[in-house]
Design a protein around this ligand. Structure first.
Ligand code: TGC
Length: 387
């Protein structure tokens, strides 16, 4: 019999045995390796780099890619993994997204055979770390106005510019850098030990504290002619990779929401006020029910999005639906969960406010709420509002 408190609509019955097995495996990893340590990592603003190889062994890095040591898993399986990881912490899911959906996807989709052989097996194994440089200090939602430039010099390229909010850059071995060229925007595979490439972690974050985001500066970074990703020119390149990351987010956000809900369901049953459990108060029940409604709906959105992706029918505008809805709802759920915890909810002892703080980053990166609203607005009206 299904447990209505955890799976009200029996969504598990829509998952295959293989999908459920993968979920158990990742959930166990989160229980064993993330939950016992996350508060310290968050408090100390530490990204647990030790976990990278473990996640490689589990097959979580580039898991939706095929060949070159990658997992060859389905989109739904990738989404399920993202959901479980983000139930632990958004910072850990972000690592898997930046590595697999952004850096590895860019190489897999648009790299040369040499790029793929050189980088993908080590990245899949967690022996090499990648990052993805699109956003700039003055170009966030509008990457078409990037200032980073790559000039042809002899047989090679020279990169100059700056990137901001780039996950993992200070610990990365390789950066995918998007730069304007005379022919349009191109992607470059940049080993991070190349002279002139400097990545500096952004300090004093109030969100995503168990994760690293950096400023990058590039001063006369000299690259061989082969550094350019040969298979794409224009913003279609980075946007195609953002599709992958946005897809993982729409699952992951529901993982954070689920963890917040489960935390406060247990609390509300055990904590008494006025001589009875919090869960017996009508206002608390309303909050819990609203959480269940949105988690179940958001999970169905994620699953349908994944099934569309696996059947090759998913459109970017549909990813915007999931990213906008699921992250927005997840923040509301985490904040509402915090209110059930009262004052105890502002400590790290309980996860909801940590998740809510993380989700402020999640709602902002990979396309803000506003951008996804306008992508959907364009899709349903046929009128573009942002340029
Ligand atoms: P537009 O200029 O019309 O289109 C440019 C070209 O891109 C194509 N395209 C897409 N292709 C695939 N997937 C998508 N989702 C695509 N969206 C657009 C388009 O067809 C066109 O191709 P072509 O061949 O005709 O040139 O651009 P647009 O008007 O469609 O888009 C405008 C807008 C605002 C939607 C877009 O600029 C946008 O999505 N802005 C948000 C950017 C964003 O999400 N930035 C966050 C980046 S995250 C980051 O850099 C840090 S990585 C994370 C980390 O490290 O933690």
């Amino acid at each position: 019999m299904i447990d209505l408190a955890t799976d009200y609509l029996d969504i598990d019955s829509l998952l295959s045995h293989q999908e459920l097995d993968l979920r158990s495996q990742v959930r166990q990893f989160v229980d064993d390796r993330i939950r016992p340590n996350i508060n310290a990592w968050y408090e100390d603003a530490v990204f647990p780099q030790d976990l990278v190889k473990e996640m490689g062994i589990l097959g979580l890095l580039g898991m939706h890619l095929t060949g070159y040591g990658c997992g060859g898993r389905s989109a739904v399986e990738y989404g399920i993994a993202a959901m479980e990881l983000e139930a632990g912490d958004s910072g850990i899911r972000t690592f898997v997204s930046v590595q697999g959906s952004l850096a590895m996807s860019a190489i897999a989709k648009f790299g040369s055979e040499e790029h793929k052989r050189q980088w993908l097996p080590g990245m899949a194994a967690g022996e090499l770390i990648g990052c993805f440089g699109l956003t700039e200090p003055t170009a966030g939602s509008d990457p078409a106005n990037m200032l980073t430039r790559a000039e042809r010099v002899g047989q090679g390229w020279v990169l100059n510019g700056a990137k901001r909010w780039i996950g993992l850059a200070s610990i990365a071995d390789v950066a995918i850098i998007w730069a304007a060229t005379d022919d349009g925007i191109r992607g470059f595979v940049v080993p991070t030990d190349t002279e002139g490439f400097v990545a500096t972690p952004i300090p004093e974050k109030l969100s995503m504290r168990a994760s690293i985001q950096c400023d990058i500066t590039m001063e006369n970074v000299q690259l061989p002619g082969t550094a350019v990703l040969p298979e794409v020119t224009g913003l279609r390149g980075p946007f195609s990779c953002l599709n992958e990351a946005r897809y993982g987010i729409l699952w992951g956000a529901m993982g954070a929401a689920r963890d917040a809900y489960q935390t406060v369901l247990a609390y509300a049953n055990q904590r008494t006020q006025f001589g009875k459990p919090l869960a017996s108060f009508q206002l608390t029940q309303q909050k819990l029910v609203d959480m269940v409604l949105e988690i179940q709906k958001g999970t169905l959105v994620a699953l349908q999005t994944g099934r569309l992706k696996d059947s090759g029918r998913l459109r970017p505008e549909q990813i915007s639906f999931g990213k906008l809805n699921n992250v927005r709802q997840a923040i509301e759920i985490c904040r509402s969960a915090r209110t059930i915890l009262g004052g105890n909810g502002i400590t790290l002892e309980y996860s909801p406010l940590r998740h809510a703080n993380n989700l402020e980053s999640v709602r902002t990166y990979e396309g803000t709420d506003e951008i996804h609203t306008l992508i959907m607005g364009r899709a349903i009206t046929g009128i573009q509002s942002f340029s």
